[in-house]
Structures are given as structure tokens and as C-alpha cells.
Design a protein around this ligand. Structure first.
Ligand SMILES: [Cu+2]
Length: 406
């Protein structure tokens, strides 16, 4: 059975625990039998119960059958816990979930121009899905997505345009979903009018009032929980007259994944509620999984490159940097109204925010994109821009070796 291949590590772990508990119980029983004393037995049981209560009560009393058992949260939506009922539904439907070979959105997947429908509006179709895909080699996740990729599709519009959105929720989904556009002005950024049950669909229209590069994301139930399963993307609202043309545009979004298994653990990963609340993800990646941007971004010497960089979060702020490059222009926090900052080394991408970054590539080589909180690179937060072309020794001269941070 396929499910066993995903869960074998848990089965081995459970087997180990059963052996340990059974023999611990036998050991205690034998010890008590040797003591032949009812009083000692009663005292030991009382100690056990007392210690259990003392350790348990500070964590709260259980209020529903969910993992963790006694989580209380104070947000406006649902608590980010995992009801056992959902686990049951998940495994009962396990064979119905689509398997996606590569969950990562291609960073080149940026529409070149704004495309209008016959009604003069920008037609956006989003399908929310729940699928099984790899987060790292052999490490599998239940992703929730817009259109089977992380991030969701890049949407391009211009200030003054109207978006006509149709959102569908795939019938195999177990949860309702919706979408909150940071580019929309209105209740919930559309979230309140786009809640779709599995198999359902909704339509809304909204006007793009401000230029900028904006995040959109699912905001149903516990919004952060839906985002950290992969439900986010970017919508560009070009200013009046449009953005100046560039040679290359790339679409990059940082995101965090909270797994019960430690970094690199194989098999299907359970969601780690406590890590999520503490802001301690196991994986911090660009475009949905580790290694997603290592071989699909390229430019030529002389090109002007534009990065649309977003952060789906949900907890961390990204210190976005390209090793060996200086950003010519940074439209901080996605602000396309003010003049850009110039000559920056590292820029902050807030959780639920974005920036537009432009630079010329002047010298061939591999330029590594990172979150410069560098331990995050070990959790997956890096990619490579490959630049080919003629080397100008006036700009840079030296023998390039591997292992030198390039
Ligand atoms: Cu959702």
C-alpha cells in the first residue's frame, strides 16, 4: 500500500514506543510483585497521578479532541490545532489527493503584459486544491494551493483596471478556502465574499486603486494555517503608463513549513502546531520547496533583471539578498508610487508583503539568492541566478573557485 511508504518511519517509531512501554509495564509489575506491598503500590500510583496532574494542568485542560490536546488560541478564526476528526478524513481520502510531481512555481512564470477579457476586465481563475507533493527529497507534505503550485499564479494588472475573479474549490478538497487580495479594497480584501466549499465556486470583481506589488492569500478559518500550507501568491498593479520594460522578470516567494519531523525527516510530515505558534519552522524555502530555484533562473551580461519578491510567511521577515550583486533599484514594501531606493545590498520583505527589485547584471557567474539570516539557507532559503556572457576584468578580476559563496 502506498500510504505505508509515506508512513514507515512513524510505524518504526510506534513499534519502538510499544516495546518500550510494554516492557516498562512488565518491569514495574515485577518490581511491585517483589515488594509484595499494597501500600507501596498505592503510594507509587499516587505519585504517578500527582506528577501527571502537576505537569499537565499548566498546559490547560483539553477542550476538544485535537492535537495538541489542550491548545487555546485567541485569534478571530479557528485555533491552529489539528482535530483528530480531520486526521481521520485525511487518511480516509488519502488516495483521492492529486500527487504533484513538482509543487514549485517556475520563477519565469510571469505574464509579460496585462491581458484583458472581452468585458475589458482582467479575468482571473483560481482553483484551490489540496495535494500531496515533496517539500524536500523524500519529505512529503499535504499542500494546499492555488492552481497546484506554490506560489499561486502571478496576476498582472494596471491601476484603474477591474479584476473579475472566479474561484473554484476542487471537489477533492477537505476544507473550504477563499482569497484575500491585498490589492483589493473591500471586506477582507475579498475573503468574505469568496468562501468556497469543496466543489463550489464564487465570483467577485474589484478595482485596482493603487499601484504596487501585493500579496494575495487564503484567509479561511485560521488564515495563517492555510498560508503556511502554501496558499499565497502575488498580484502586480502597474502604475499609470506601465512599468518600463526589462530583459528578465522573475517571480519568487519565500515561505515557511512547519513539520513535526525534524529537518530532513523522510515520509509524510504532520503539521507542527507548536512550532507554528512559536515561529520555528523546519523549512524556509523559495517557491514552495527546497532547491526550487537552483537551475531555472538565467540572464545574460548586460540584462536588466527584475525580481518580484514576496513573503508568504507566516512568521518570519526575509532579509533578501543576492550574493555578488547590488540592487540598483528597490521598490520597498512593494511601493510603486514613491521613487525607489537605490544601491541596496539587502532588503526586508515583510510577512504578507513584497518588494520589486531591479539590477543590471554586469559580470558572468552564479549569483545566489538568500535570506541573509543565513542559518535559513540550511533550511532551504536559497536559489541561483545563472549569468552568462563576457567577463569584463575591469569590473571583476580573479580566479573563481567553488566553495567561495557563489
Ligand atoms: Cu485555504
Amino acid at each position: 500500500m502506498e500510504i505505508l511508504s509515506y508512513l514507515w518511519q512513524y510505524i518504526v517509531e510506534a513499534f519502538g514506543l510499544i516495546i518500550a512501554y510494554v516492557f516498562a509495564a512488565i518491569f514495574i509489575f515485577l518490581m511491585l510483585r517483589r515488594a509484595h506491598s499494597r501500600k507501596i503500590t498505592v503510594a507509587l500510583v499516587a505519585i504517578f497521578i500527582g506528577v501527571s496532574i502537576a505537569f499537565y494542568v499548566p498546559h490547560g485542560m483539553p477542550n476538544e479532541l485535537a492535537y495538541p490536546l489542550s491548545l487555546r488560541a485567541f485569534g478571530p478564526g479557528e485555533a491552529p490545532n489539528l482535530p483528530f476528526e480531520n486526521v481521520y478524513h485525511f487518511f480516509r481520502n488519502f488516495n483521492n489527493f492529486a500527487r504533484v510531481d513538482n509543487i514549485s512555481r517556475d520563477p519565469n512564470d510571469v505574464p509579460k503584459t496585462v491581458v484583458y477579457g472581452e468585458n475589458g476586465m482582467i479575468e482571473v481563475n483560481l482553483t484551490t486544491t489540496e495535494v500531496i507533493a515533496e517539500l524536500a527529497d523524500g519529505t512529503t507534505m499535504n499542500y494546499w494551493t492555488f492552481d497546484n503550485a506554490v506560489p499561486g499564479p502571478f496576476i498582472r494588472g494596471k491601476v484603474g483596471d477591474t479584476v473579475h475573479l472566479t474561484i473554484r474549490n476542487d471537489p477533492t478538497s477537505l476544507h473550504p478556502h477563499n482569497v484575500d487580495f491585498h490589492a483589493a479594497t473591500g471586506p477582507g480584501g475579498g475573503a468574505a465574499a469568496t468562501i468556497v466549499a469543496p466543489g463550489g465556486s464564487k465570483e467577485i470583481t474589484f478595482k485596482l486603486l493603487y499601484p504596487g506589488i501585493y500579496v494575495y492569500h487564503c484567509a479561511f478559518g485560521n488564515a495563517g494555517l492555510h498560508m503556511t500550507h502554501g496558499m499565497y501568491g502575488l498580484i502586480l498593479v502597474e502604475p499609470e503608463g506601465g512599468l518600463p520594460p526589462v530583459d528578465k522578470e522573475f517571480y519568487i516567494m519565500q515561505g515557511e513549513f512547519y513539520t513535526e519531523g525534524a529537518l530532513g525527516r523522510q515520509g509524510l510530515q504532520l503539521f507542527d502546531t507548536e512550532g507554528y505558534l512559536d515561529g520555528k519552522p523546519q523549512y524556509i524555502v523559495f517557491n514552495g520547496k527546497t532547491g526550487a530555484l537552483t537551475d531555472n533562473m538565467s540572464a545574460e551580461v548586460g540584462d536588466t533583471v527584475r525580481f518580484y519578491v514576496g513573503n508568504g510567511g507566516v512568521n518570519l521577515v526575509s532579509s533578501f539578498h543576492v550574493i555578488g550583486e547590488i540592487f540598483d533599484r528597490v521598490y520597498r514594501e512593494g511601493d510603486l508610487i514613491s521613487p525607489p531606493a537605490e544601491g541596496l545590498q539587502t532588503t526586508l520583505i515583510p510577512a504578507g508583503g513584497a518588494a520589486m527589485i531591479e539590477f543590471n547584471v554586469d559580470f558572468p557567474g552564479n549569483y545566489v539568492l538568500v535570506d541573509h539570516a543565513l542559518a535559513r539557507v540550511d533550511r532551504g532559503a536559497w536559489g541561483v541566478l545563472h549569468v552568462t556572457g563576457e567577463a569584463d576584468p575591469e569590473i571583476f578580476d580573479g580566479t573563481v573557485e567553488s566553495g567561495g559563496g557563489h
